[in-house]
Write a protein that binds this ligand. Structure first.
Ligand code: ADP
Ligand code: MG
Length: 309
């Protein structure tokens, strides 16, 4: 068991330190990060796309001054890209340059030594001497069988290399796995992790995120943006606008010099917020029919029911 001092003194300090680098966490998020450190356990972060899962790992790395090592998962990812592989070309060269003198067993020992090992992100994280945060991003994209590659690392912070032996971590890194929930992950993987579900932020937090991340936005616009996005998420769309799209929309509005969103503005810029034609049509229709309700501007600004077509 590796003994190491805790990184955070309490939950509140996690939340404020993250806020200092512009990641706004609620107590649920900060609490899991705090526990991950204290318990020495990886965190599995699930939730809709664009809700800050990847950014959480990046921000925790920044906050703790650790190096971020990222394994981006995709269908077909295998051991040689995730863990390590032998440098086959260099091994061949080694064999070719070998004189007749050496015995095969000498050559073989040499071929499977450090010199010919190519480390990939998982092994790199385990071997790191400096503090690291390991991000295993979008783990739901790999096949279930490939998940098995992760189990030894997640529970024991070690990697077994048949030709070399077992490599143990010198420190317990903070590990984040993210999933967009496109499939269920294995029980074995879940059992090894703390679980964190990141949903769309509540109104206040989304407004704060907009204020923090969008230069030139004022309180009133940020508030309106957060409210409208929130009501759009109630519309049963194919793809809800995520925090990334909220931010894009707010930046767009600032660029256009908009101070108050009316139905026409919302309709004209709906394509920044939504990525499916059917969703855009649905939202445009809603805005045309219920402009006051959706934009929250009921005070006779002249953008009433028939001014928006
Ligand atoms: N709590 C938050 N505080 C600050 N920015 C956030 C937060 N949540 C999301 N974002 C922003 O939203 C965008 C999408 O986040 P990302 O981590 O890529 O989403 P995911 O990995 O969940 O798909 C990023 O630009 C990120 O900065
Ligand atoms: Mg992501």
């Amino acid at each position: 068991m590796i003994e190491q001092p805790p990184r955070f003194s309490d939950l509140e300090s996690v939340r404020t330190s993250l806020a200092d680098i512009n990641y706004l966490a609620d107590d649920g998020i900060a609490g899991v990060v705090y526990l991950a450190d204290r318990l020495g356990k990886p965190v599995l972060v699930e939730g809709p796309a664009g809700t800050g899962k990847t950014q959480l790992a990046k921000s925790v790395a920044e906050m703790t001054g650790a190096r971020l090592i990222r394994l981006q998962c995709y269908e077909g990812l295998d051991e040689s890209k995730a863990l390590y592989e032998w440098n086959y070309k260099k091994q061949l060269l080694r064999i070719q340059t070998e004189g007749d003198g050496a015995s095969w067993s000498e050559v073989e020992d040499d071929l499977f030594s450090e010199e010919f090992l190519l480390t990939r992100p998982l092994l790199e994280a385990i071997r790191a001497e400096d503090p690291v945060v390991l991000l295993i991003d979008e783990v739901d994209r790999v096949e279930v069988e490939t998940e098995a590659l992760l189990l030894e690392i997640l529970s024991d912070y070690q990697v077994s290399i048949p030709e070399l032996g077992t490599v143990h971590a010198r420190q317990i890194p903070l590990v984040f796995l993210t999933s967009n929930g496109t499939r269920e992950l294995s029980e074995a993987l879940k059992r090894r992790c703390l679980y964190l579900y990141i949903d769309y932020p509540d109104l206040e937090r989304e407004r704060e995120i907009v204020l923090t991340k969008v230069p030139g936005v004022d309180e009133n616009l940020a508030d309106q943006v957060a409210r409208i996005v929130r009501s759009i998420r109630q519309l049963d769309l194919k793809k809800n606008p995520s925090v990334s799209e909220t931010l894009d929309w707010a930046r767009t509005l600032v660029l256009l010099g908009i101070e108050q969103i009316d139905a026409k503005t919302a309709i004209d810029t709906a394509n920044v917020l939504l990525k499916y034609r059917t969703d855009i049509e649905k939202v445009v229709k809603e805005f045309a029919e219920n402009p006051v309700e959706l934009t929250g501007t009921g005070t006779g600004t002249g953008t009433g029911t028939d001014a928006d077509t």
